[in-house]
Write a new protein. Structure first.
Length: 167
């Protein structure tokens, strides 16, 4: 997490004004990874982060890049800023991770960038047990690394529990 104080404050303000239900937990989830920040002069106009996260696919445990804090300033939406940020995120994932994971309702946007919807059931691992998260099934998407190991999109998928939204 290499955001300087001013950039961190500007990003925090953008995220809080862009989402109705952004929380302190959401903010904490956004920190600690690799950030892609789009700027217009000194103004933050777009952002996404890839944070390391343990993901379980079937019985296999994998290290994945989990995408957090995707945002584009309202005045900059539909101008290509989001696509540019997410293409860079895809490059980061492709060079360092088996695959990327995110949770979204904007499937079309991500699908155009190579993301695929997960088709298997989702779970959260808490105290060594898997808890079903059926309400998340429709929102999980993955980006597979070109030429990487195959990932069965119909397998069960799980993440470790965390404060706030698990996915």
């Amino acid at each position: 997490d290499r955001l300087d104080d001013r950039l961190r404050a500007d990003l925090r303000a953008l995220l809080w004004t862009s989402f109705d239900h952004f929380t302190e937990d959401d903010w904490e989830h956004t920190l600690g990874g690799v950030h892609v920040v789009a700027m217009d002069g000194l103004r933050v106009i777009g952002h996404a982060a890839v944070v390391p996260r343990r993901v379980y696919v079937g019985a296999q445990q994998e290290a994945a890049g989990y995408v957090e804090g995707v945002v584009v300033a309202a005045a900059e939406r539909s101008t290509g800023v989001g696509r540019a940020v997410m293409r860079e995120i895809g490059d980061i994932i492709g060079s360092a991770e088996l695959f990327g994971v995110l949770s979204t309702g904007a499937h079309g946007f991500y699908r155009r960038l190579g993301w695929e919807r997960w088709r298997g059931p989702s779970f959260v691992v808490e105290d060594g047990r898997r808890r079903r998260t059926a309400d998340e099934d429709d929102g999980i998407m993955v980006l597979r690394r070109p030429g990487g190991e195959p990932v069965d999109l119909r397998s069960p998928i799980a993440v470790d529990a965390r404060s706030g939204d698990d996915w």
